[in-house]
Write a protein that binds this ligand. Structure first.
Ligand code: FES
Length: 152
């Protein structure tokens, strides 16, 4: 194959990349979600803070001192940042579904790094220690495998 056969592919890729960049810029410039409230329920306590709409849930939680498990830095590849979205948050994304059981999806679990704040949102942070302790007690925790937590 010579280089000339790749020119149409390169042109199509260039057009798609340009369109993607333009859409991202247009969204940032034209769409404003304003200020949104995040209500966080965890361990019997409730915290609330106001953030800029259009931003990411995980980054807002960590910047407001709410600790969330994460090993991929919010890239959506580890599946550890699970939270339960009680209100707001929109539909679960296909990029999240691969990390969720059917039961978790039914129970409104989401990956915090994949949730964009577009409206007021209420979330609940699951008690991971209790979940893992229960897995050890039930002898379902296999240290030889990369662990995966499914939350009821
Ligand atoms: S931080 Fe890794 S999937 Fe969300």
């Amino acid at each position: 194959m010579d280089f000339a056969t790749f020119i149409p592919v390169l042109m199509i890729n260039g057009i798609l990349i340009t369109i993607t960049i333009l859409l991202i810029i247009a969204e940032k410039m034209l769409i404003s979600y304003g200020k949104c409230k995040i209500k966080v329920k965890h361990g019997g306590e409730t915290r609330e803070f106001t953030v800029e709409g259009g931003t990411n849930l995980l980054s807002n939680l960590t910047s407001n001192g709410v600790a969330i498990n994460s090993s991929c830095g919010g890239k959506g590849s580890c599946g550890y940042c699970k939270v339960r979205v009680l209100e707001g948050g929109g539909q679960i994304l296909p990029t999240e579904e691969i990390f969720m059981s059917r039961k978790e999806i039914k129970n409104q679990m989401r990956l915090a790094c994949q949730v964009k704040i577009k409206e007021d949102i209420t979330i609940e942070i699951p008690d991971y220690l209790t979940v893992i302790r229960q897995m050890v007690i039930n002898k379902k925790f296999n240290t030889k495998k990369r662990w995966k937590v499914n939350i009821k």
